[in-house]
Design a protein around this ligand. Sequence first.
Ligand SMILES: [Cu+2]
Length: 225
Amino acid sequence: MSVVAARAGAPTRAATPDPGTIKGTVTTTAAPATGPIKVTINENVCGQTQPDPSVVVGNGGGLANGVVTISGTRASAATMITVTNQQCRFAPHVQVARPGATLRITSEDQILHTTHAYAEDERTLFNIALPLPSISFARPLERARLVRLACDTHPWMRGFVVLTEEIAAVTAPDGSFVLSNVPPGTHELRFWHERFKAAPQKVTVTSDGTAEVKIRAQESLVVSR
Ligand SMILES: [Cu+2]
């Protein structure tokens, strides 16, 4: 009897719901046709042409290099990311980090690249010359914003870093994405892509559950420069 009473009176564990997961795909049915970009300098390293990284559409219309974020959430996103100048491209083309993260910049190419970072208002954040492969530099990425990377030597080179406090994921080559550690509840998903847009979408996540969403994107008239 006393044991039962003791159990009944014991403090119960706080009912913290387990986080859930959002899995989804971003697709488009109207991808603009893009051809390869003609290379005009350093063809020995860069090749004669470069694929256009701004439109990468996989089987079934999956749209790569988009960023899905969950409004109003807070994430423990990456605090250290790397961009590599690789065969005259920025790899990866798009990535996500939290404000305050450090960007490591390096090169694999035997030619001069620069990694020129711009804020959305076209202000230069930094411009790093990489004359040799394997050297690397680190620069802080201080606040929530979209950072565009360009190269002063090679005008086709473009990259993006989305700095956000929110839970976010970059879409894979098949357009898929996974958002983990999502608090249960109804959330709004937002989508960014340098050339496409999509309407915000509501999704409900249950404790320890997996919600599936499909996001349809269309070409935007406003292109991130
Ligand atoms: Cu370059």
